[in-house]
Design a protein around this ligand. Structure first.
Ligand code: AMP
Length: 277
């Protein structure tokens, strides 16, 4: 596996890969786990070569968020990517992504507005800007993202469609621990006690899914979900909602393809999860 940082090296390595087949990109912020590796596996199923990127993107963290303490484990990440037959990992520097004078923001209206967008102002502008840069810099045939970040995936699909980027976007189902907790680099922040209680998040989503499919009123079901989280000691619950899959607009009467989405804080750790209904 080639690990490249600079643009010249990148152009050369990419040119060689492009000459011998299709390329799938897996963008990450590092601190890799089995969820990321499932994206790599899906990338292998769909393309000849897999390229990964590791970039902890400062623009998608708000003031007072965890940019400074976000887990970093580059050597281990490289070993995992190499073992998974990744051909090339790009590790751009912040000054390369955002050189002095950088003044452009990519902003996806509508689908970015609610939920994560409301709880984390500016977050999706940061995501859309960096993903646009990664896609334009690497021009892969396809790019693979996790459904774990469901709204992010919807934002990226909108971005790619609106800018007519010649890249197929692939979403991969969430990889979970045995007890149902979605894998996340941020799970490393949880104390053993918080980890034990965190499982209430996927459980609450499952219960809500069954209730909605069983015909129970949506508003009551969502309130029960919030109550369950509060009951096990989650602090701030940013949202626990039923939404339309593409637009992320809230749904009050079940119809079509729906998603339950939730974000809540346990201790100092903010967890997000979602479930298809
Ligand atoms: P991150 O490094 O957290 O920015 O995530 C990089 C990519 O991995 C994103 O597309 C995430 O949605 C995806 N991802 C993170 N956790 C999981 C998971 N548990 N299952 C599947 N994909 C995931």
């Amino acid at each position: 596996m080639q690990i490249v940082r600079g643009r010249e090296e990148l152009a050369q390595a990419l040119g060689e890969l492009r000459n011998s087949g299709t390329i799938a990109l897996v963008p990450t912020m590092g601190a890799l786990h089995r969820g990321h590796m499932e994206l790599v596996a899906e990338a292998h199923r769909r393309a000849d070569h897999v390229v990964a990127s590791i970039f902890v993107n400062p623009k998608q963290f708000g003031q007072g968020e965890d940019f400074g303490r976000y887990p970093r484990q580059e050597e281990l990440d490289y070993r995992m990517l190499k073992a998974a037959q990744v051909a090339l990992t790009w590790v751009p520097q912040v000054t390369d992504m955002y050189p002095d004078g950088f003044a452009t923001t990519v902003s996806v209206a509508g689908v970015s507005d609610r939920w994560e967008g409301e709880a984390r102002p500016g977050h999706f502008d940061g995501v859309a800007t960096v993903v646009a840069k990664l896609l334009v810099s690497l021009l892969p045939d396809l790019a693979v993202f996790g459904q774990k970040d469901f709204q992010q995936l919807a934002v990226i699909r909108r971005l790619v469609a609106d800018l007519s980027l010649p890249v197929a976007v692939v979403g991969v189902p969430t990889v979970r621990e045995k007890d149902g907790l979605a894998l996340s680099s941020r799970n490393a922040y949880l104390s053993p006690d918080e980890r034990a209680r965190a499982v209430a998040l996927p459980q609450a989503l499952q219960l809500a899914r069954e209730a909605i499919l069983g015909g129970e009123p949506v508003a009551d079901t969502l309130q029960r979900g919030r109550d369950k989280l509060a009951g096990v000691g989650f602090g701030q619950i940013d949202y626990f909602a039923l939404v339309e899959c593409e637009t992320l607009e809230p749904i009050t009467e079940p119809r079509g393809a729906m998603r339950l989405i939730a974000a809540a804080q346990i201790g100092t750790t903010r967890l997000i999860d979602n479930l298809a209904v």
